[in-house]
Design a protein around this ligand. Structure first.
Ligand code: ATP
Length: 688
């Protein structure tokens, strides 16, 4: 099982030097992170794997490193200055700030998830949606209200039949249930209900912004922090950080200020478009070819969070792959749709390859594959110029759930056209662009085969490097029981848990009495009850759930329970003795590839040989020497950071020139001749 919460990964990252909070000396600044000694290695290895796989192993790619700061005109003509924004609202009561679309999305999701078997809750949803539609401007108001009234009318007919159907189904009377489905009236009612709901869904999708606005106006949305329904009106907040080139004393918005204004790039892609013609000419490239770039990007996100998933400073790995426009594609050549599909497949396989340790079983591989998906964006999600976009998503643990890790877009000829002068009227109209009077060039290409000039189309696979780090860490994280606890130890845990329950139930009763008397209680009965349920459930799954015991004890309902305090130290000791945390990282990504230990640190001959082995490999990759604890503990420390191999030098090594090589995932040990170490280790470290 990979990580079951982001908290586990975050704790490990901070404890072992992968990620530290930024500016910690001054109390930190929220959602800025520093990458520590192991984090920088892991991030570099991810970027190296991406660079090698997208540039070195292909014949049609070049690399680039463009400046972070570019002319403001780049962002004006790319559309970012006008539209790279998120809708923002402030809670008037507690002043918390939210993305309006997040709050509305959560409200719609909550409404959908509620009990579909209860007519009254459904009716309440429809009425709430009707109130929202009524708050929209005309003509949306009339259209929306009509759709909602049709849903309610359809529901009135469908519900008595639907309820009967569910009743038969629940009673296991399949025949009666099927008869209901086959019944002409029921079928018609069901169909009417479905069409009305579809119309409702489409209405929200097509009028997302107006619907969002109306949700707040109709006071349907509650502040997740304080429950108030009073918000400021949604307003667009541009996500680009601004700065100025040279000293500027002028006020914001004046011509002088605007002339000196620059933005920290919110994506690396525009740097590639700026250099399309340079790279093509300098490297004598013919279409199709691509340019890849890795670099920092900055977005003043309204709600950063989920550790390093969404930050205001992050790194991207982007490709712009330039292809022929459809009208120039000859028979036998790939068209834009085929290139798009090919890139989705390539990139999806890349994620799976590095998310899987070579030692993984078939079952493990299938489980990993099920946590990745390629999801085609729906028409309402697509940018107006994009022909298709597929998001590659990973199922992150906990409430984060499915999250985008890469987008692969067919952006047509939008970008190069947007930055070109001298574009025909019909193309400007097709791409909804204004003539670009600032550009000094037309970014077109002379195709020697077609003997024609055209502006290439673009396929853009765009991934986050720091988000990739979180993805690979979540997938690699495993807590494992390595030594089964004895029956006696398990019985002891069970009896301690029973004692905790007895004490907690007493505390619940006391708290209930206090609350009934209108006094403040020391414990929250619901929280203590929830803790007891978690504890029971964890204890029932012992020994497999051994490591989860500590998480159960951290439950907020366990606070101030005396027996829990007593139970913790022996449980911690048992967990430490019987389990290990291991990062099953692909060896190519592992921050440290090899750790070398002498069996005894007070034997100079062992220490010297161990250090000599380290020196032999350290020019090629990160190797560490460690003699600060017993071998068992040293193995655990390396497992926790994902080191694929550990080498132990012992007395036999001095006699026959062999060492023990221990593999991380299987924990198997092998004697290998020191001279054979390079041929033993190198293919394995490449994941072969
Ligand atoms: P999201 O929907 O998560 O905001 P997006 O669709 O805006 O992402 P893109 O503009 O397509 O993202 O950027 C490409 C990739 O860059 C994303 O798939 C993600 O991996 C990464 N990325 C985008 N925004 C951030 C961020 N704030 N922090 C970390 N990584 C990010």
């Amino acid at each position: 099982m990979p990580a079951n919460s982001l908290e586990q990964v975050r704790n490990l990252c901070m404890r072992r030097g992968f990620v530290f909070p930024g500016s910690a000396v001054y109390g930190g600044v929220a959602s800025f992170w520093d990458y520590g000694p192991l984090g920088v290695e892991l991030l570099n290895n991810i970027k190296k794997a991406w660079w090698q796989d997208t540039i070195y192993t292909r014949n049609d790619m070049e690399g680039l490193d463009a400046a972070v700061l570019m002319s403001r005109k780049v962002w004006q003509h790319s559309g970012h200055e006008a539209t790279f924004s998120d809708p923002l609202v402030d809670c008037k009561a507690c002043r918390s700030r939210f993305r309006a679309d997040d709050l509305v999305g959560a409200w719609i999701g909550k409404v959908r998830q509620e009990d579909v078997r209860r007519a009254d809750t459904w009716l309440r949803h429809f009425q709430a949606h009707e109130r929202v539609c009524a708050a929209m401007p005309e003509p949306l108001r009339t259209a929306g209200v009509q759709i909602m009234q049709e849903i309610q009318a359809a529901h009135e007919i469908w519900w008595p039949l639907g309820r009967l159907f569910l009743k038969f189904k629940d009673a296991g009377d399949e025949a009666a249930a099927r008869k209901m489905v086959d019944d002409e009236d029921a079928r018609r009612a069901n169909q009417r209900m479905k069409s009305a709901q579809e119309a409702h869904k489409q209405f929200i999708e097509q009028n997302a912004t107006a619907f969002e606005f109306a949700c707040f106006k109709a006071k349907e949305i509650e502040c997740p922090k304080c429950g108030s329904k009073e918000f400021t009106e949604p307003r667009n907040f541009n996500l680009m950080f601004q700065s100025h080139v040279g000293p500027v004393a002028a006020d914001k918005g004046t011509d002088e200020e605007k002339a000196a204004r620059v933005y920290l790039r919110p994506e690396t892609a525009q740097g590639i478009f700026m250099n399309f013609a340079h790279v093509q000419r300098a490297m004598a490239r013919k279409i199709p070819f691509g340019v890849a770039q890795i670099g920092k990007a900055f977005r003043n996100e309204i709600t950063p969070g989920n550790f390093i998933f969404r930050t205001r400073e992050f790194e991207q790995m982007e490709i712009e792959f330039f292809i022929k426009p459809p009208q120039f594609v000859k028979e036998g050549e790939k068209n834009d749709q085929q290139w798009h599909e090919e890139w989705v497949e390539q990139r999806f396989n890349w994620w799976l390859r590095y998310a899987t340790s070579p030692s993984a079983t078939l079952e493990d591989r299938d489980a990993t594959a099920a946590r990745f998906r390629a999801r085609a964006q729906t028409p309402d999600e697509l940018a107006h110029y994009a022909k298709a976009t597929t998001d590659i998503e990973y199922l992150f643990p906990g409430s984060l759930g499915w999250g985008e890790i890469e987008g692969v877009a067919n952006r047509t000829d939008f970008d190069l056209t947007a930055h070109s002068n001298d574009i025909p009227e019909e193309d400007l109209k097709r791409l909804k662009l204004e003539p670009n009077k600032d550009s000094t060039v037309k970014l077109d290409y002379f195709d020697p085969d077609a003997k024609a000039r055209y502006i290439p189309w673009v396929i853009e696979p765009s991934a986050g490097a720091t988000r990739a780090m979180l993805t690979f860490l979540c997938e690699a994280y495993h807590d494992e029981v390595v030594t089964e606890p004895t029956k006696q130890q398990i019985d002891q845990i069970k009896s301690d848990a029973a004692m905790i329950r007895k004490n907690a139930e007493k505390k619940i009763k006391e708290a209930q009495k206090e609350i009934a008397a209108g006094r403040e209680a020391k414990h929250d009965p619901a929280k203590v009850e929830a803790f007891l349920n978690v504890l029971d459930e964890t204890v029932a799954r012992l020994p497999a759930s051994l490591t989860e015991l500590l998480t159960a004890l951290d439950h907020e309902g366990a606070q101030n329970l005396e027996p829990v305090k007593k139970f913790r130290p022996p449980t911690e000791k048992l967990v430490e003795d019987c389990t290990r945390t291991v990062l099953r990282l692909h060896p190519a990504l592992a921050p440290v590839k090899l750790a070398v230990f002498p069996l005894k640190k007070n034997k100079p001959e062992l220490v010297e040989l161990a250090q000599a082995i380290k020196e032999r490999f350290q020019r090629h990759f990160r190797v560490v020497y460690d003699d600060s604890a017993g071998i068992g503990r040293l193995y655990r420390r390396q497992d926790e950071i994902g080191t694929p191999f550990c080498i132990t030098v012992d007395f036999e090594s001095l006699e026959d020139g062999t060492v023990t090589v221990r593999e991380r995932d299987s924990m198997e040990q092998e004697r290998v001749k020191i001279d054979d170490l390079p041929s033993y280790l190198l293919p394995r470290l490449q994941g072969e």
